[in-house]
Ligand binder design. Structure first.
Ligand code: EPS
Length: 389
């Protein structure tokens, strides 16, 4: 009952995509404007291909709601595909290096890579964004905000202040079509994508998600499955074309001594009513997570996306039907989808935060979660101020 989960189904050129969310408590007012805005943002971003001109992704909720509010039953969400031609779509026999084509064809014993690529396609991320963007309606009453943005495209690197507020990040990010929060990086990022296009090539990059307003104690060190850092790394690392994920300083911790990694602790009674409960940190290298649990600081998670594996210029490959060397197949594709990936990352992270929230404060209704939240924060604020019982 208090286990929030989702699954997806659907192929890139099938009838549509499905997300099935189970475990959302009753009484949550769904912000459909937010959900559909996220769907539209995922379709955008500089460097996207022709498919997004065909589709108009919107969230169609088939079950689990009444008068705009959840009723505790599973939510089935449908996103229709306009470009539905899976049976007519041509066979693909020259696997694209980097795509699922070869591995999947060997796995499912076929020389037609389409049998794999239809599901492996990043079109599936429309369903993941739908699930995350709907579930984050549960975060709204608690003031938890997730903001995703692009920090690197090819060689172009953004410089985004560590102490930027959510509002500052959103305004900066929404002011350009590469979705970076550093206005100075927009030109170089657009330039990197243009150059890749001219070269008939593709380009990857890095995305970051910051989560503001999490109370301490989401996730757990008690069971490895419940560690929130592991879950976030899984959520990010499982996005199509992602090759790495990190939290806080991430791989940067390797080259520094402990004294320059760990975030020293102070206490400021004036901040007792904020998510950190007054326990401030001089840095946030831990990315808001220690021992697999939130510590009251913003959660910071990053992921790296490889360049899209469909190159207009092709790459050397082998025809699966003849075993002769040929150039890889070309399908209509994107030159760069890092901006879209930042939207996917933001929403898969939001889902994991919502899941952890339900686990800690869970109940059948939003009211029960709110009561548990209030009780916990009240008790946490009194910690150390009372005589032991
Ligand atoms: C995508 C739709 C796809 C691709 C892309 C993501 O549409 P189509 O293949 O019909 O052009 O643009 O998928 C890939 C990058 C991939 O490698 O499969 C979408 O809606 O995000």
């Amino acid at each position: 009952m208090s286990n929030l989960e989702y699954r997806t189904a659907g192929e890139s050129h099938g009838q549509g995509l499905i997300a099935l969310i189970e475990g959302l408590p009753a009484g949550v007012t769904l912000d459909m404007e937010l959900a559909n805005r996220e769907m539209a943002r995922r379709q955008g971003g500089y460097g996207r291909g022709g498919r997004q001109k065909i589709e108009k992704d919107t969230v169609n909720i088939l079950s689990g709601i009444r008068r705009g509010r959840t009723i505790g039953s599973p939510l089935a969400i449908q996103i229709a595909n306009r470009d539905w031609r899976i049976d007519e779509a041509p066979e693909v026999s020259r696997p694209r290096p980097g795509h699922a084509d070869l591995a999947g064809s060997l796995k499912w014993l076929t020389t037609d890579c389409r049998e794999t690529l239809e599901r492996a396609s990043a079109r599936e991320t429309a369903a993941r964004v739908a699930a995350g963007a709907v579930a984050r309606s549960l975060l709204i009453p608690f003031g938890i905000q997730c903001v995703g943005f692009v920090t690197q495209v090819g060689p172009a690197v953004a410089n985004i202040p560590v102490d930027a507020s959510p509002a500052e990040l959103i305004v900066a990010r929404d002011g350009n079509d590469v979705y970076t929060a550093d206005p100075a990086a927009v030109g170089p990022m657009v330039g990197a994508i243009r150059k890749a296009k001219e070269d008939k090539d593709t380009v990857g990059g890095i995305v970051e998600v910051r989560v503001f307003g999490c109370p301490p104690g989401l996730g757990s060190c008690a069971r490895y499955q419940d560690r929130l850092d592991g879950r976030l790394l899984m959520a990010i690392g499982s996005i199509q074309a992602f090759k790495g994920a990190e939290i806080g300083l991430g791989f940067g911790v390797a080259s520094r001594p402990g004294s320059q990694v760990h975030d020293e602790i102070d206490f400021d009674p004036g901040l007792r009513d904020t998510p950190c409960l007054g326990f401030t940190r001089r840095s946030n290298n831990a990315g808001g997570l220690e021992g697999g649990m939130t510590n009251g600081q913003p959660v910071v998670v990053r992921g790296v996306m490889k360049p899209i594996s469909t190159l207009l210029r092709g790459l050397d490959s082998v025809n699966l039907a003849t075993r002769q060397r040929e150039r890889s197949d070309y399908e209509r594709s994107d030159v760069c989808a890092v901006s879209a990936a930042s939207v996917v990352a933001e929403n898969v992270v939001a889902f994991e935060i919502a899941r952890a929230l339900v686990e800690k404060f869970g109940g059948d209704t939003l009211a029960e979660i709110e009561a548990a939240w209030k009780f916990y924060l009240g008790a946490a604020r009194l910690l150390g101020t009372q005589e032991p019982a």
